[in-house]
Design a protein around this ligand. Structure first.
Ligand code: PNS
Length: 185
């Protein structure tokens, strides 16, 4: 294949330097959410993200946009996520409060990962992505779809089903299942 000659293509060296520095920068993303608790759907999104991302910071929000009653305190949610991804050095997990864009900036991330399960998610996700871009125009939201087996799964449903004595063993990892059992026993 013929190599592109940048002198002929009209690009100057500063443009090339900027491109090279961008290419050598690690791709860091944040994956924010409530994670109350972390589900196999969340785990699936993390694994998919690691296919194109060098480092992922899972951010457990202390200030969620939608006020929902929480089951697990933030510290326990963090513990579960850390246990689930303990063997993956490219994943960190921290809590954050305040604006998501400030958290992303502080983590050196210009990408926000969000899972998109169905059309019903779209309105809320679209609004958040546009608002986050208004707040920081360098940030990009990347939507990933989970495996089809998790396309209906939400932490809210897991909490509800587990609370009513239903079996959620196919929706959460064993250590999360154990915490749910303890919580509802
Ligand atoms: O898993 P969730 O509950 O859908 O996650 C929502 C979350 C945490 C991503 C959202 O509430 C959020 O970004 N909260 C931080 C506060 C913030 O920045 N709000 C404005 C976003 S448009």
């Amino acid at each position: 294949m013929k190599k592109c000659d940048f002198r002929q293509s009209g690009r100057d060296s500063s443009e090339e330097e900027a491109r090279a520095s961008k290419a050598s920068r690690p791709i860091i993303a944040v994956y924010p959410g409530s994670f109350d608790p972390v589900t196999l759907g969340h785990e699936d999104i993390v694994r998919r993200t690691l296919r194109f991302c060098d480092h992922l910071v899972v951010g457990v929000a202390e200030t969620a946009t939608q006020a929902k009653g929480s089951l697990f305190p933030v510290a326990e949610r963090l513990e579960m996520i850390r246990a689930v991804f303990g063997s993956e050095p490219r994943v960190d997990c921290v809590s954050f409060s305040g604006l998501l864009v400030d958290f992303a900036r502080d983590e050196g991330a210009r990408f926000i990962i969000r899972g998109l399960r169905a059309v019903s998610d779209f309105d809320y996700e679209f609004q958040m992505a546009q608002m986050n871009r208004e707040l920081w125009d360098e940030v990009e939201t990347i939507f990933l779809t989970p495996d089809v087996h998790y396309s209906f799964l939400s932490a809210t449903l897991v909490r509800e089903v587990a609370g009513l004595g239903g079996d959620v063993s196919t929706f959460v990892s064993p250590l999360v299942l154990e915490r749910l059992r303890r919580r509802f026993s």
